[in-house]
Design a protein around this ligand. Sequence first.
Ligand SMILES: [Zn+2]
Length: 395
Amino acid sequence: MEDRTDTEPVLLSKHAKNLLRFLNLLPARMASHDNTRSTIVFFAVCGLDVLNSLHLVPPQLRQDIIDWIYGGLVVPRDNEKNCGGFMGCRAMVPKTEDAEILECMRNYQWGHLAMTYTSLAVLVTLGDDLSRLDRKSIVDGVAAVQKPEGSFSACIDGSEDDMRFVYCAATICYMLDYWGDVNKETMFQFITRSLRYDYGFSQELEGEAHGGTTFCALAALHLSGQLHRLDATTVERMKRWLIFRQMDGFQGRPNKPVDTCYSFWIGASLCILNGFELTDYARNREFILSTQDKLIGGFAKWPQATPDPFHTYLGLCGLAFTGEPGLSPVNPSLNMSMAAYAHLQHLHEQWRSADGRGDEDISVSSAFKQQLHLSKGVEATSTTTTSNSPLISAQ
Ligand SMILES: [Zn+2]
């Protein structure tokens, strides 16, 4: 039977216009998200990048965004605890010259792993050279929130600790090309202990396997160069759990409704494991397009629901994995475009050259480099886990 939506267009320009709007104005209904505003900037900027539409961001706005991101950077002083990283909003940065107030507010400023990850991703995507960062203080902040069992808290002054922040920790260290005192071994142990009987990963030990968590676990293993430590049988069973999450779109757990964002969480997980080609691209696309808002652009969680930046960005990434025309290839582990990833690789090369470091520690980077070459139509020449990713062959 002919797929009715197969020829339905992805409304690229409407999605770009929708995301651009969030860079200029946060609607009142999203006011409660103000304390995580950098994540909204991340969805909008990275979404525009995947849409090949970053040129729509005027140069002054682009610079304003970069400056705003840096305005949330916390660099600890010598006598302070390791609280380096980025904050998600500027509520704790008062616009005053009053030294007493500034000193008082200092007690409430600390980096948050999710905000640090999204802030770095925005800077990289906008082409910043990260030269204003003290990379060590940020990674010291990451190491300071690692738990003895290998998990990570979001920030130094009390928060949840689970697989989401394991992922954020891995992305931060990978992007800064520095792992410092982060314990990769206990991180690996925490991740593998969270593998459940059905071969999905749970948010924390003894929890239920979940699609978003499984992405966090696999991407963290990939970015930390530890994916190869999973044996082949385990990987095949993980693929099975992931593939069985497809109904038309993807669900996050068995017996749950499908949701646009899982086209990314599950899709990216399968890309990392080299199994995305086993999914039904047409039905995935059909579901994602059923959540497309034809009037104002954007994708929603479900059909007829209100679109939001989160589902818009992840819906676009899910479509990018299937090779949708007009969309840029997406790096599944870092959750950013391959163009942004290429810029990051360039920065790494510069840092390594300045540090006098060789290429001995770039195994993960090499795998990604190969994906980049493949995306340009160059044949695969290696058999490493990610080298012949279906992500690229599909595009
Ligand atoms: Zn969702």
